[in-house]
Design a binder for this molecule. Structure first.
Ligand code: AMP
Length: 397
């Protein structure tokens, strides 16, 4: 495996798997959030400034039956041009004579974007024949699509075999890998993970995997009520997964054995219905009466969590602390974003990824105050769970 920073792309055609799966307005096809395109720019710039050319390939949306203009990447060409400051050619075919003509005659310093990979059903099948057809476009393969690194698709995994030596990660994937390994292996202590979100069931693997790396584990959101109930509390009508009470206790016990501090919200903002117009009050999390449900953490908890966060040197945040989509229940999540921003400002390394916490930091305008906000929801979640990601394995071998 090569390293992008040390590689000289002069006179080479780099076939780059990017994640341009951007949201498009349904009627105008304008890009409503170009974060993913921006994230790929440093890699493309490096290739072009070395004197290479870049052939970009990506999927976009979920086309079901072959080519479908609603998911065409031609809608994004002008924005990619604008962000790169370079001419971007487009090929509406993936591997025809004319498509190969375009990539083989691409002048140095220029970019070709191929049509949506998922217009060909073999993309999701990890197909060797399709991989060979795509591989003809480039002399070197660069994977910078972290968002699809957990998929064993043709362009993210199978294709790497066609480039026995000239394959590497782009800067974005390198940064995602480095952020997680910093947290899991080499982070400065104390290391704190905040895991929130709706359900324990969807976060068990990540909780278990994190326990061996962190000093403190903050649990928030809907899942904290399963923990509170497992520990003997009354949680009223809060979200509880009764099947996971035992699992929650096991996590608490394992944490004790490992000397990991577990913080569960002491107080909650409870509501008499799951709505913005609900009546609310602050009560102890352990003493929520029937008819009331916890939808956010309370002020005592916000204070306690703040102290732990600003005393941490490495932080992972995965999942909101409350139903932040409704302003009435967003205070806990917003306060967490503020605390992490403050810690980061004081030199703490912070990684936000793998859940709705990314949406939350974006919504509250805190994304630029974090050390790294992951671009891959599902991919980051699986990475944090300790799973091997096919897109990464294909390069590292
Ligand atoms: P996840 O995708 O697992 O990170 O879960 C995110 C979702 O959890 C968000 O849509 C939140 O609204 C929801 N959530 C957070 N706190 C609570 C809570 N106390 N009760 C119910 N849902 C919650």
């Amino acid at each position: 495996m090569a390293k992008i920073d040390l590689y000289n792309f002069a006179n080479r055609r780099a076939l780059v798997r990017v994640d341009f799966n951007v949201p498009l307005d349904k009627s105008t096809f304008e890009i409503t959030d170009d974060t993913r395109i921006r994230a790929a720019i440093p890699t493309i710039h490096k290739i072009l400034s070395d004197g290479g050319s870049a052939i970009l390939m990506s999927h976009c949306g979920r086309p079901k039956n072959g080519p479908d203009d609603r998911f065409s990447l031609r809608h994004i060409v002008s924005r990619v041009e604008e962000l790169l400051g370079t001419k971007v050619h487009f090929s509406d075919q993936l591997f025809s004579e004319s498509a190969y003509d375009k990539s083989s005659n691409l002048p140095q310093g220029e970019v070709l974007l191929l049509e949506n990979l998922r217009f060909d059903p073999r993309e999701k099948a990890g197909d060797t024949g399709f991989a060979k057809q795509l591989a003809k476009h480039g002399d070197v393969y660069v994977n910078d699509a972290f968002g699809t690194a957990h998929r064993a698709h043709t362009s993210t995994a199978t294709i790497a075999k066609e480039f026995p030596t000239d394959k590497m990660f782009g800067y974005l994937i390198e940064k995602e890998i480095e952020s997680v390994s910093r947290l899991m292996n080499s982070g400065q202590r104390p290391i704190t993970a905040i895991v929130g979100g709706a359900k324990v069931s969807s976060k068990i693997k990540i909780l278990t995997n994190l326990l061996t790396s962190v000093d403190a584990l903050i649990i928030g959101g809907g899942m904290s009520y399963t923990f509170a109930k497992a520990l003997g509390g009354s949680v009223g009508d809060s979200l509880v997964e009764d099947d996971y009470l035992e699992t929650a206790l096991e996590i608490v016990n394992k944490a004790k054995q490992l000397g990991v501090e577990i913080l569960i919200p002491k107080d909650s903002l409870v509501a008499d219905s799951f709505s913005e117009d609900a009546q609310t009050q602050v009560v102890e999390t352990n003493a929520i009466e029937s008819g009331w449900m916890g939808l956010d953490v309370g002020p005592v908890t916000i204070d306690e969590f703040h102290k732990t966060i600003v005393g941490s040197k490495t932080i992972l945040w995965n999942g909101p602390l409350g139903v932040f989509e409704m302003p009435k229940f967003a205070a806990g999540t917003k306060a967490m974003a503020e605390s992490i921003a403050e810690a980061t400002d004081n030199g703490t390394f912070s990684l936000v990824g793998g859940g709705d916490s990314v949406a939350a930091v974006n919504q509250f305008g805190f994304a630029h105050k974090m050390s790294h906000v992951s671009t891959g929801g599902g991919a980051m979640l699986e990475f944090l769970e300790g799973k091997e990601l096919p897109g990464l394995k294909a390069i590292t071998g």
